[in-house]
Write a protein that binds this ligand. Structure first.
Ligand code: PLP
Length: 355
């Protein structure tokens, strides 16, 4: 009975000839957790015989203070994907549609199928969301529109004015979900989070995660900022106790240590500039990125290039026929990637830039 269900392909693991493995396929933080966070997790583990705090009061209070919103505007999930799943389930009436750009985060179609929603995909233009075309595709069946900003896997960012104009065109019956999983890596000066629109748009919610810049991918914590009526419905839809005691403690500690963690994103942004410059100077087509990854338009050579990198100990994410997404890791990881693509070229491999 489960044969027809879609499934998500997890990030691959490199099979290195040299024994070195550089994990650049899942957009994780390359840095070890801070000692303070490990200490908070260890202390929380002492109470594992008890259920977690049902409402995650400490974490909700910290997030509401940080974002300048009321506590009833914050919903938590075991990863932001759990929140996407809850949102999809909440709108999945017979005939309901979800609209998103494509290509975007690979889990959107999987979760839409699981919820029984029909997916409507609007192609990216030059690796960016085509918001006017997306607004044109909204119908009375569209219950939810997802905007991944910056977009995974292309790394591109929409500016605030474009997003505002789009939001103005979406009718109120349709929920707008802005997925800002990579927001902490954005460095474009005029960029603004869609959280600034939540107060004026009751049908707009924003997703954030502790999996990327906060370095807690293994503990699964994501959150949503939105209008109280949406948050109330979501809290009802959430599986009770799905946010473990250690996950809550880690996320609270990460917020306490936010400055040190955000300093790490500065290093990632500097590496982004360095790696992109090196690649473009060598003739690769690399989209401008505001995230912790780069998108190489490698077309038909993508699968072979991904295989080559894996054999050289570098795991990247391959989108066959389209491109390769490589996360920005430590300088050592990034140098290993640069060395493996340079070796690919030296061995006669092509990039789309060369045709
Ligand atoms: C756009 C986007 N949203 C959400 C997620 C998942 O985040 P979480 O680990 O919080 O479920 C990812 C992870 O790669 C992502 O790229």
């Amino acid at each position: 009975m489960f044969d027809s269900l879609p499934s998500y392909q997890p990030a691959r693991v490199a099979r290195s000839r040299t024994g070195d493995v550089h994990s650049l396929a899942a957009n994780e933080s390359p840095d070890a957790p801070l000692a303070d966070i490990v200490a908070a997790v260890t202390a929380a583990a002492d109470t594992m015989n008890r259920y977690p705090d049902f409402g995650a009061a400490d974490l909700v209070a910290r997030l509401s203070r940080m974002h300048g919103v009321f506590e009833d505007q914050v919903a938590l999930g075991a990863g932001s994907v759990a929140l996407v799943q809850m949102l999809f389930q909440a709108v999945a009436d017979p005939g309901a549609e979800v609209l998103y750009a494509w290509r975007s985060f690979e889990l959107y179609p999987v979760l839409a199928d699981l919820a029984g929603l029909r997916s409507v995909r609007v192609p990216l233009v030059a690796d960016c969301h085509d918001l006017p075309a997306m607004a044109d595709r909204v119908t009375e069946h569209t219950r939810l529109v997802l905007v991944c900003n910056p977009n995974n896997p292309t790394g591109t960012l929409l500016d605030g004015e474009e997003l505002r104009a789009f939001v103005d065109r979406v009718p109120e019956h349709c929920l707008i979900v802005v997925d800002e999983a990579y927001h902490e890596y954005v460095r474009r000066p005029a960029a603004r989070s869609a959280i600034s629109l939540v107060g004026e748009r009751p049908n707009l919610v924003v997703l954030r995660t502790f999996s990327k810049a906060y370095g807690l991918a293994g503990l699964r914590v994501g959150y949503l900022i939105g209008a109280p009526h949406v948050v109330t419905q979501l809290r009802k839809a959430c599986l009770p106790y799905s946010l473990s005691t250690v996950a809550q403690a880690a996320a609270s500690s990460a917020l306490e240590n936010r400055e040190r963690l955000m300093a790490r994103t500065d290093r990632t942004a500097a590496e982004r500039t360095r790696v992109r410059r090196t690649l473009t100077a060598a003739g690769w087509q690399v989209a401008p990125s505001e995230t912790n990854f780069l998108w190489l338009r490698t077309g038909e050579s993508s699968a072979a290039l991904g295989e080559w990198c894996a054999e050289h100990g570098v795991a990247v994410r391959v989108f066959p026929g389209e491109g390769v997404r490589v996360s920005l890791g430590s300088p050592l990881d990034n140098d290993a990637f640069l060395a493996s693509v340079a070796a690919w070229r030296a061995a006669g491999g092509t990039s789309v830039a060369d045709g």
